[in-house]
Design a protein around this ligand. Structure first.
Ligand SMILES: C[S@@+](CC[C@H](N)C(=O)[O-])C[C@H]1O[C@@H](n2cnc3c(N)ncnc32)[C@H](O)[C@@H]1O
Length: 205
């Protein structure tokens, strides 16, 4: 999108197909998302925006799998039209792999009806300290052993955009860096993206 006129940043242009959807992550983070989603069968993304990461997940997941996309799309300036939501649907439906279920709710509400196991959970919704803590507290229990939770904007790095006091950075620090939460390990970190894996029960690091 570098060099693209600022006007074209409006999501309506992605919906119309005049530009690709705007990813809110780097190319290396995108590759890491694809790698960890490969072959997974029960994937959940919290925070979809225009759908760039959702497309990466859909392309990589198992053809027999299901991807649940959770976003209330409440930030659109034109709520009646909601170009962000339309752009996301257009992008995600451009790939036919697997099955996709949209949940147009806040993650804290969506979890009330959640029952099944998850083998890939991407948390990229509410970045406030309370919001990210709530997503972790309410969702991680559904992640199976060998499954992963991926946090975006959760690490600082030289020249990066994140800060020590950002909600995801603080949460990942507290849970996995200052202590090692039993049963979990940091499996990969790419720029601001942190992948944590649930270990099989009883396993020692
Ligand atoms: C950073 S963007 C997501 C970017 C997207 N994952 C990508 O990489 O292309 C954050 C999105 O989270 C959504 N969001 C904010 N709070 C949320 C919540 N509590 N539950 C679900 N989605 C939320 C916003 O509507 C917004 O679309």
């Amino acid at each position: 999108m570098k060099g693209t006129h600022a006007l074209l940043r409006h999501p309506v242009f992605a919906w119309l197909g005049f530009r690709p959807v705007l990813g809110q992550h780097t190319a290396a983070e995108h590759s890491a998302l694809s790698k960890w989603a490969t072959g997974r069968s029960s994937l959940v993304e919290i925070g979809v925006a225009e759908g760039a990461s959702a497309v990466a997940l859909r392309e990589a997941m198992s053809a027999e799998g299901t991807l649940w996309l959770i976003d209330p799309f409440h930030l659109s300036r034109e709520r009646w039209f909601n170009a962000t939501k339309r752009a996301a649907h257009r992008a995600v439906e451009g790939c036919r792999n697997g099955r996709v279920i949209w949940i147009e709710k806040f993650s804290s509400v969506a979890v009330d009806d959640w029952k099944g196991p998850i083998d890939f959970l991407f948390i990229d919704g509410d970045h406030s300290e309370t919001g990210i803590q709530q997503d972790w507290d309410k969702w991680h229990r559904f992640v199976v052993s060998g499954g992963v939770v991926v946090f975006h904007d959760a690490a600082t790095f030289p020249g990066g955009w994140t800060r020590e006091d950002w909600g995801p950075v603080r949460l990942v620090d507290q849970l996995f860096r200052e202590q090692a939460l039993p049963g979990w390990r940091i499996a990969q970190q790419v720029y601001s993206l942190v992948v944590v894996e649930r270990l099989p029960e009883g396993s020692q690091l």
